[in-house]
Design a protein around this ligand. Sequence first.
Ligand code: SAM
Ligand code: SF4
Length: 326
Amino acid sequence: MQLTDSFGRKINYLRLSVTDRCNLRCSYCMPAAGVPSLKHHEILSYEELLQVSQAAVALGVEKIRITGGEPLVRKGITGFLRELGGIEGLRHLVLTTNGLLLAEMVDELRAAGVQRLNISLDSLRDTTFTTITRGGDLRRVLAGIAAAEKVGIPLKLNMVVMRGVNDDELLDFAAMTLDRPLSVRFIEYMPAAGGDGWRSLLVPGGEILSRIATRFKLVPVFRDSKLTGPARNYKIEGAAGMVGVITPVSGHFCGECNRIRVTSSGMAKSCLFGHEEEDLKPIIRSGDRALLEGTLRRLVSSKPLKHPLSETNCRCDPFAMSRIGG
Ligand code: SAM
Ligand code: SF4
């Protein structure tokens, strides 16, 4: 089975948010006061999340990324992951986390079938990290990364680059790949929070690469976007790991987009910055599997050609990324 949108793009990747809650309040993701938590009955149960996943895989989804909020704060997550991993036809089960709870959970995650982890890490300096995350403890994230490296689970570290906040650490992050098989990805700041301040925070991917290239020789890595996602990857000559840039603003990768999203409350979205969405919750709760599959198909056919962001334009309403999952 194959899911194809109206522009011929094959859709085989689901980002599934399992909770809107988080143990951090990153400045680029949510307001300082946080966002009101959804009520228990508004959130899909694990059984319901499994039903959506099964329907998506039956239609052609091959990769599911578990995200949040912070997915590791939801009770019972590893049992759910084990069930998800058992869906026939699902080839890749991966998870994005802020890493705070990773040190104590990495063995369970590995045993549950998680094949790769993306860890958000925006600074290697205590005070900057605490400022960006509004109170997070860098040491716990570094301990989580060390634990994950010890069990040998492949890792990607995601740094949201912000001018004047953490962009003086680009070379330190790139240097982490010299003798560790890590993939460090520099992500352009996306103006999800609204307002005009985003322009001064945005460091375009081209600038990120040229600043790294002042110190290190970067060799492009062949890119198969179906496997590697939207990052443009490079290796520092002789390095064990890779660096990459993800440029949703300065060089959108919509032409290659293969993803849909489902939030923890069952809203399915065909584009992070688009308005096209379907409320799956009542359909899942009705138990009508054919209707669920039909609705996912309709969502895919509503996928816009591209999102409206550019370096000068933010034609989008503000939203909390933690509600959607990035
Ligand atoms: N809590 C988990 C974490 O932080 O990895 C998963 C959810 S988080 C919303 C998923 C990803 O979205 C993270 O890598 C985060 O850095 C990214 N993200 C959130 N807001 C962003 C923004 N305004 N611009 C770029 N990336 C953003
Ligand atoms: Fe939480 Fe992740 Fe958003 Fe940070 S980026 S506030 S860790 S959901």
